[in-house]
Design a protein around this ligand. Structure first.
Ligand code: IDP
Ligand code: MG
Length: 139
């Protein structure tokens, strides 16, 4: 089933000049970019995006990191895009990520882990609308 997911190339990966490599990995996996936006998050944009993690001890640090430099935000479309992108990304902690994954290749630690990907259809819907309110969410 073709579906859409939200991906973010985080500020650490942009600083490491990994935008091209990461987008090439999406395309090779048949995750087609259907929207792309490069932007630097404000603190409040990061806080709203990660509101679900508000109570976590790393929340403020995560939001500072996410607003520390430009990110690339993408909507990816393809068969099982949400799960496929999570597999392509690898585990949250790059040290635990499988070989061949984006986080294994470009992540530094559990916080500076190169990419974001939606984890369910509900979060994908929220996250796509958060950055691309003009997108038609109907399939
Ligand atoms: P995910 O990105 O793999 O879905 P989440 O648990 O949703 O992981 O956490 C969101 C983001 O918060 C992670 O990608 C990472 O940047 C950061 N993060 C998660 N756990 C920790 C932690 O234990 N310490 C610091 N940062 C963390
Ligand atoms: Mg998550």
């Amino acid at each position: 089933m073709s579906e859409r997911t939200l991906a973010i190339i985080k500020p650490d990966a942009v600083k490491k000049h990994a935008i091209g490599d990461i987008i090439a990995r999406y395309e090779k996996a048949s995750l087609k970019p259907v929207a792309i936006r490069m932007m630097q998050f404000s603190m409040s944009t990061a806080e709203g995006f990660y509101a679900v993690h508000k109570a976590r001890p790393f929340f403020q640090s995560l939001c500072s990191f996410m607003s520390s430099g430009p990110s690339v935000v993408l909507v990816l479309q393809g068969d099982n895009a949400i799960k496929k992108n999570r597999e392509l990304m690898g585990a949250t902690d790059p040290a635990k990520a499988e070989p061949g994954t984006i986080r294994k290749a470009h992540g530094t630690n559990i916080e500076f882990n190169a990419v974001h990907g939606s984890d369910s259809p509900e979060t994908a819907k929220f996250e796509i609308a958060y950055f691309f309110p003009e997108m038609d969410l109907a399939e």
